[in-house]
Design a protein around this ligand. Structure first.
Ligand code: BGC
Length: 371
């Protein structure tokens, strides 16, 4: 995947006279451009089963309520039908701004188009919503970079650029219905595939996509830990029968890493001896503990508080009828339009930086992870 973008430039999504007029248009495809929205916000999150979405939803709700917005926060149990009916209820209940982290990036179009028909502004949160013009803005972390950081971590730890190998790799990918998952995989695979092709990385299970486009063949639907565990069990039991060991696992996020780690445990791998290198994403408490116990090598941390603050800023602008600040207008094409986006930077956290990055910033409390 080729991507070009200029994160340093800050664009304004709509209008040229940004900041000069208090009533510059808000909402790129609002039916009544220029009108301020009331601060009545529906937040639609995918699931409570992952810590990050609980933090995301509750954090944003708190910020908005502190400024007297009306907020309805719903979690959809990873079920698309439930998410659709929750959004419909939010609109029927008077929401004028929707913040949506889609479960399935392809299926919300008609629901959001109905909402737009009622002058609702729509912000895609963390995950892009595809195939519809009913998305005004997108706020996310650099999803390609998340995968790239994972790939580069593996490259560096194993000394691949210096010609080390061969190592046994088992790659995993995220949920096929999540638009982010292809970016994560491409970011990592652009780094790792050349080493698979050179033979420095060997994939004993054969579950090695020949190109970025084939990533769904190793995707774990719904990002379920239990399914990642079952898949890893299956690979270990079927392809590691002659005493071979897994050296490295590419896991796109923490929920999959947890399942993979449980499988390694059951297969008798020992931290500090033959435990493989394993990647993650999110900085969930259980995974940070796993890092401190040498059961996970890294996590890509996305400070969800920053994402919340960015969305809060977008909402402030919409409510005031002002232009919305974005910093990318070329990366996220949803098939119908390139959605004006604010992209934030993810960072790598390892055992050695848990304290300085996660604890000192207040993202986690030392006691939560046993420090
Ligand atoms: C998010 C990740 C998360 C995953 C599973 C992705 O869309 O960007 O942070 O781990 O979904 O919920």
């Amino acid at each position: 995947m080729t991507r070009t973008k200029n994160l340093s430039a800050v664009f304004l999504a709509v209008g040229l006279a940004a900041g000069l007029s208090a009533c510059a248009p808000a909402g790129s495809n609002s039916e009544e451009e220029g009108e301020a929205s009331s601060c009545n916000v529906g937040i639609s999150m995918p699931t409570r089963s992952l810590e990050r979405w609980i933090n995301d939803g509750e954090g944003l709700k708190e910020k908005l309520e502190a400024k007297d917005c009306t907020v309805d926060l719903q979690y959809a149990d990873n079920k698309t039908d439930q998410q659709i009916s929750q959004i419909q209820n939010q609109v029927a209940g008077g929401a004028k701004i929707l913040v949506v982290a889609a479960i399935d990036g392809e299926t919300l179009g008609p629901t959001l188009e109905d909402a737009k028909g009622q002058d609702v502004q729509i912000i895609a949160y963390d995950r892009l919503i595809n195939g519809t013009e009913a998305v005004d803005y997108y706020a996310t972390f650099d999803n390609y970079k998340v995968g790239q950081l994972q790939g580069e971590f593996i490259e560096e730890q194993l000394g691949l650029a210096e010609g080390e190998g061969p190592f046994n790799l088992e790659p995993f990918a995220g949920s096929p219905d999540d638009n982010n998952a292809s970016f994560f995989f491409s970011g990592a695979w652009d780094v790792l595939l050349p080493y698979v092709e050179s033979g420095q990385l060997v994939v004993p299970s054969g579950k090695s996509p020949a190109s970025n486009d084939e990533w769904t063949s190793i995707g774990i639907l719904g990002w379920e830990s239990a399914d990642a565990q079952a898949e890893m069990d299956n690979r270990l039991q079927s392809f590691y029968t002659g005493g071979e060991k897994v050296d490295v696992v590419l896991s796109p996020n923490d929920s999959l890493a947890l399942g993979i780690e449980a499988s390694l445990d059951a297969a008798g791998y020992q931290p500090g001896s033959d435990w493989p290198l394993i990647t993650g994403q999110d900085g969930d408490v259980a995974n940070v503990k796993a890092m401190l116990e040498d059961r996970q090598s890294m996590t890509v941390w996305k400070d969800t508080r920053e994402l919340g603050t960015q969305v809060e800023t977008m909402i402030d602008a919409l409510v005031a009828g002002e232009d919305v600040e974005v910093n990318d207008t070329e990366t996220y094409n949803n098939g119908v339009l390139v959605v004006p986006t604010y992209i934030l930077d993810p960072v790598v956290v390892t055992k050695d930086t848990v304290e300085s990055q996660l604890v000192d910033s207040g993202f986690l409390e030392a006691g939560e992870v046993g420090l």
